[in-house]
Write a protein that binds this ligand. Sequence first.
Ligand code: GLY
Ligand code: MN
Ligand code: MN
Length: 439
Amino acid sequence: MALAELYPEHLREQLRRADAALQRAGLEHLLIASGVEHYGFLDDQTYPFRPNPHFLAWVPLNRHPSSWIAYTPGNKPVLAYYQPEDYWHEPPAAPSGFWTDHFDVRVIREPDQARAHLPADLSRAAILGEANSAIGDCLPNNPDAVINYLHYHRACKTPYEIARMRNASRRGASGHIAAMEAFHEGLSEHQIHLEYCAAANHTEHDLPYANIVALNEHAAILHYHHTPAPHPTQSRSFLIDAGGSDAGYASDITRTYAREPGAFADLVASVDAMQQTLVDEVRAGRDYRDLHVECHRRIGAILQQSGLVRMTPESQVERGVTSVFFPHGLGHFLGLQVHDVGGFQRDEAGGSIDKPPGHPYLRLTRTLEPGHVLTIEPGIYFIPMLLARLRASDDASAINWAGVEALLPYGGIRIEDDVHVTKGAPENLTRDAFRAVAA
Ligand code: GLY
Ligand code: MN
Ligand code: MN
């Protein structure tokens, strides 16, 4: 179904959530600032604009600072739409599109003019936004009761949001295919990055997060950001973690490639196959913490079968050996933010669900529900700092150090897909997108 057909129900869901959140907080109005441009210190240059995700959840306007939504239950929401008269920059186009009929749109020419379109009495208003968005007496207060309710429910995507995320996935898949080809041609990290952006049709600023384009041992740096560095004499391996965006909705995709067959290529194939078994287990009712711990056990099985670790998977997990090779979480919620909100929340009132002991980097501890979208991103890395600690530990004798050292020049492996939890089999947004783009 087209976005235009899905949007009315999406907006109704946002209104329902707003009604419930205001009722919980005992408030009467919900005001949402789109955000403001941020300037560098003592500079007239701005950082890339990052809108308030609460604003984006209502309207697909991701390049629109100084705009506001004002909603009072029972009334049509007002949108104060900032469209300056400006010949220095390209101002936002006049409001148009399938969403406009659902708002009482008021064009404003100066940021402060928004105040006239917000309720006069703000004593019973939830005002969502960063502190800099304040206009006059309208100061963001971000009440916990409202924020917690909205964040908890934002984990469940509407069909409109899923359609947006399918688009974001296809943009990412197009970029990934071009990047893979660029790696096989022997291009540098910077050139691969440029090929990615061109194929995804994204400028650097449109990317949902900075691309990780890592050749050889750079793949062992979890958040490596390439520099326009000299071309390596020989690229052996390639890890790319890069996404796409559609009206602020993100995809978050990682692939790893080997240039030649061999131990590293075999390991990539094993992680890829294991990753797909985990995706299959993304089912409603599943505690994501259990899936994360199960992933460690399967990483342990790969390490044992490949002859790198002489220890049962269970002992490897118990003794923290798998955490040396897989030192991050299995995944996280995804949506308007790459690490989307609400991943730890106990319920709509707030609270938090603990991480499993010994797994401090897990970003999602909730039980899965239909509508959730999350990543599944297992990996195996050869990180010198963590390997040195293992070498100094009681478990050093269980490691095939010659095998590990032979893999150090390849850096590491991560395979990451974005998965939509349904009432039945999971929808793998990423693999579907690769198939659609290749077709
Ligand atoms: N790209 C960031 C992550 O995978 O979480
Ligand atoms: Mn991720
Ligand atoms: Mn990623």
